[in-house]
Design a protein around this ligand. Sequence first.
Ligand code: DQA
Length: 137
Amino acid sequence: MKLLFINGVNLNMTGRREKGVYGTQTLDEINAEIAAHLKGTECEFFQSNIEGEICTALHNASCDGIILNAGAFTHYSYAIRDAIASINIPVVEVHMSNVFRREEFRKTSVISEVCAGTIVGFGKNSYILAAQSFLLK
Ligand code: DQA
């Protein structure tokens, strides 16, 4: 089982931005915890602030499942939506914060419709819960 974790725009700032919302751990620290938690599962991690690079990562993915936190791209990127729709690997949408308890614009996801499922609101554990959805199959 190989899983690809993709983080989008501003997620590289995790641990340094809005610590009350996203926590104090860096993305590298969170990724290390995820990999340790999922030992026995091959985990690959990719982050980009560039929409097209996220699309290319999706196009080139070679794995059994993708866990995607697209960050703010979630709310408006039809390009990422179409990239997800163009591949045959299931994608689970993830958000660390509970986007439904925040600003109105965060309640819209243009990618949910093409994702296998969505996990929101469990901080770094959102990634692990999303990964479990593949491991339970
Ligand atoms: C986020 C929620 C988004 O609304 C926001 O733009 C992010 C992070 C989350 O993980 O909670 O950058 O995807």
